[in-house]
Write a protein that binds this ligand. Structure first.
Ligand code: SF4
Length: 324
């Protein structure tokens, strides 16, 4: 653990001893989180740290080392996705991260190209059954790695800052989970990739010294951009459109952060944006909730792929049965 991280932990230990009441209510909404920070002169990540200690029964060291480990797994997933063969039995995953990374045409900049490639890479590792951090779900596991690692590289940020940002992302997810959902099967893809993008956007703004209002504004803008996205995985596999959506969500996280850091107001407050997400999720038809019965899953090509996979599975089944 580096010296600065230890200092932060010392400060939080002191503050924590003053706040032993139940923390769960804090993450009912963003308003309460902000008020608590202002009343206690806290940085935005500190109440989340307290929450983790109090609600999960962890020590501070365990929280920090768990986050450090999670970030390390995220970086490993990027490396694996860019180095190893990432192809799936369905044929729908075929080394997209490597292709983006090796392409000679950078649409905006090499940093942008790396952001896209890294988000694809970590998600492809998940689709190929590798090790990832479900942040907040495995389907959205490329967004935080791609955004946070690229941000750290561009701005030469200390790891401590990124890890505090991840803690803020956890606080954002807690509120979304309570007021809406983090699951595609419950709230559509807005709940998975949308939530991950909101977590990343808030973490980016925090890491670049944004105010609490700017962090929450980034979350609000991101949710506004991701609202209504349906969950329609082809053949029920978390491959298409999931992998490319991790890249687009990472881009939206960055554009929202840029907008919020410039003090452009989201107009609709963040708590109301999350409520809208919950309302949209509830009214979404079941076929758009991970059932593979709507959207891209029922296109002509989507159905052909589905049939092909079913036939493959039937062929494999007798062999498997002889093994038992
Ligand atoms: S489409 Fe569905 S399964 Fe795929 S990432 Fe989105 S929520 Fe997850």
């Amino acid at each position: 653990m580096n010296e600065q991280l230890s200092k932060t932990i010392d400060r939080v230990v002191i503050n924590y001893s003053l706040n032993t009441k139940n923390m769960a209510y804090l993450f009912n909404d963003f308003k309460g989180w902000k008020k608590y920070c202002e009343e206690n002169n806290y940085k935005l990540f500190e109440p989340v740290l307290e929450y983790e200690i109090e609600q999960k029964g962890r020590t501070e060291d365990e929280v920090w080392s768990g986050l450090t480990n999670a970030y390390s797994v995220m970086k490993d997933a990027i490396e694996t996705g860019l180095r190893e063969d990432m192809s799936s039995r369905s044929g729908m995953v075929n080394n997209s991260a490597k292709k983006v990374s090796q392409n000679n045409t950078a649409v905006l900049s090499h940093e942008f190209q790396r952001l896209v490639a890294r988000s694809l890479a970590a998600k492809e590792v998940n689709s190929c059954m590798g090790r990832v951090v479900a942040a907040p779900t495995a389907g959205a596991s490329g967004i935080l790695p791609g955004t946070m690692f690229t941000l750290q590289e561009i701005h030469q940020l200390e790891e401590k800052t990124i890890i505090e940002g991840l803690l803020i992302g956890a606080g954002i997810a807690l509120i979304i989970e309570r007021k809406a959902s983090l699951s595609g099967a419950v709230g559509g893809c807005q709940a998975e990739t949308g939530s991950a993008a909101a977590m990343a956007s808030g973490a980016i703004v925090y890491a670049l010294n944004g105010s609490i209002d700017q962090v929450f504004n980034a979350v609000a803008i991101t949710i506004q951009c991701m609202l209504g996205l349906v969950c329609d995985p082809v053949a029920g596999l978390v491959e298409v459109p999931c992998i490319v959506r991790n890249a687009s969500a990472a881009v939206i996280a960055n554009s929202s952060a840029q907008i919020a850091l410039s003090d452009v107001d989201a107009i609709i407050p963040v708590d109301e944006c999350i409520e809208a997400m919950g309302e949209v999720g509830q009214s979404m038809e079941t076929r758009y909730k991970e059932t593979a019965q709507g959207g891209l899953a029922v296109t002509k090509t989507g159905q052909e792929i589905s049939k092909k996979i079913l036939i493959q599975d039937i062929k494999i089944l007798p062999d498997e049965e002889t093994c038992h």
